[in-house]
Design a binder for this molecule. Structure first.
Ligand code: SF4
Length: 244
């Protein structure tokens, strides 16, 4: 029978001053195994994310810079040129949309995306469920609304192995933080989003399967093996869309 995500995330739902009860209620994140397949496809650029956001606009109102690549011609045709500026450290043609004095995306009008059908690839691939799965906290004050939303997600698990896979992602994230000095400079996650995504990409290395029973458990791989894996993932990712 499916069970639900264990603490600490259930414990993180304490209400902050001014936050409505409806904004901290648990949300069904879906079946974990199905989500894992989909999020890995999204990371590889094979599909877009399908987040049951409901009325949430937290990631549109949290002082985020949104990247668009030169090949996103439809998106770029729908954003006024005055709102775009060159993306630092990326080749010519890569641009960012900033945010207004309230931290809101300028394309968010009346609390809805005014270019939803034409929105940037960054928005189409963003999935805030990566944070609770990797057990990483967004601690920037201007990301508080996203952090609050991430604490609400509750996955269901169809097998004990699915729960091990879930725990392997947080084991991978903790390992990457603890051994970051072993990673090449350009492979060190630059922010919490990159850390959570990288943990998802390498989490398989933290799962050991019993060949006889098929049951899995968490294992700790050699740091060098993780470093090699991270380096090769980073190389294959180069040129793909960065996250928020
Ligand atoms: S913070 Fe999460 S739930 Fe809210 S709009 Fe962004 S992706 Fe959707």
């Amino acid at each position: 029978m499916a069970d639900e995500c264990s603490p600490p995330f259930q414990e993180l739902g304490g209400r902050e001053p001014g936050v409505q009860e409806a904004d901290v209620r648990n949300l069904a994140a879906g079946d974990f195994s199905a989500w894992m397949t989909e999020v890995q496809q999204a990371i590889r650029g094979e599909r877009f994310s399908d987040v049951p956001c409901g009325g949430c606009t937290a990631c549109c109102t949290s002082s985020q810079f949104i990247h668009s690549a030169p090949d996103e011609t439809d998106t770029l045709a729908h954003i006024p040129a005055a709102m775009l500026f060159p993306a630092p450290r990326l080749p010519l043609g890569h641009v960012l949309v900033g945010y207004d004095q309230d931290g809101h995306c300028p394309m968010l009008i009346d609390n809805a995306c005014s270019i939803y059908a034409h929105r940037p690839r960054t928005c189409r691939t963003y999935d805030c469920r990566v944070f609770p799965v990797a057990r990483v906290e967004l601690d920037d004050a201007d990301k508080a609304a996203i952090a609050r939303q991430t604490r609400r997600w509750q996955f269901s698990f169809d097998s004990p192995n699915a729960r091990v896979q879930h725990d392997a992602v947080s084991a991978a994230a903790a390992h990457l933080v603890q051994h970051r000095q072993l990673l090449a400079d350009d492979a060190v996650p630059a922010n919490t989003t990159q850390l959570a995504v990288l943990a998802i990409e390498v989490h398989d290395a933290f799962v050991e399967r019993d060949p006889e029973t098929g049951m899995t458990k968490i294992t700790v791989p050699a740091s060098d093996a993780v470093r090699v894996m991270v380096t090769s993932r980073r190389r294959s990712q180069r040129g793909r869309t960065p996250g928020h």
